[in-house]
Design a protein around this ligand. Structure first.
Ligand code: FES
Length: 111
């Protein structure tokens, strides 16, 4: 670690020297979370210290992002009423309403 970065928090954006062009709030359940241009929904949740945002069908075990590249499907979340969206791939957009997903996300269908 260089002298310049010692003692301060680094992010992937810092590593590439990027600067957000826009910031806004994203609604997650009953919270407003700060979001920046270019962040995935998973990145917004992680930045807020949220590591789990769904539960599994069989055992209701908490899950969040695992692979971060769209392969594991552990990060499923409901975005604007659409369940089963991979938070690691979906870009955060102004006005998004993200909700915790339980099981398949189709519990309201009662099938
Ligand atoms: S973290 Fe694996 S698919 Fe999103």
């Amino acid at each position: 670690m260089s002298e310049a970065t010692r003692g301060r928090r680094r992010s992937p954006r810092d590593l590439v020297g990027g600067t957000p062009t826009e910031t806004w709030s994203l609604r997650f359940d009953d919270r407003e979370l700060p979001a920046q241009t270019g962040q995935s929904i998973a990145a917004v949740l992680w930045s807020a210290g949220i590591l789990a945002w769904r539960t599994t069908r069989e055992t209701a075990t908490p899950r969040g992002a695992f692979c971060g590249i769209g392969s594991c499907y552990d990060c499923l979340v409901t975005v604007n009423g659409r369940p089963n969206q991979r938070a690691c791939l979906v870009p955060a957009r102004p006005g998004d309403h993200v909700t915790t997903q339980e099981g398949t996300g189709h519990g309201d269908l009662a099938v």
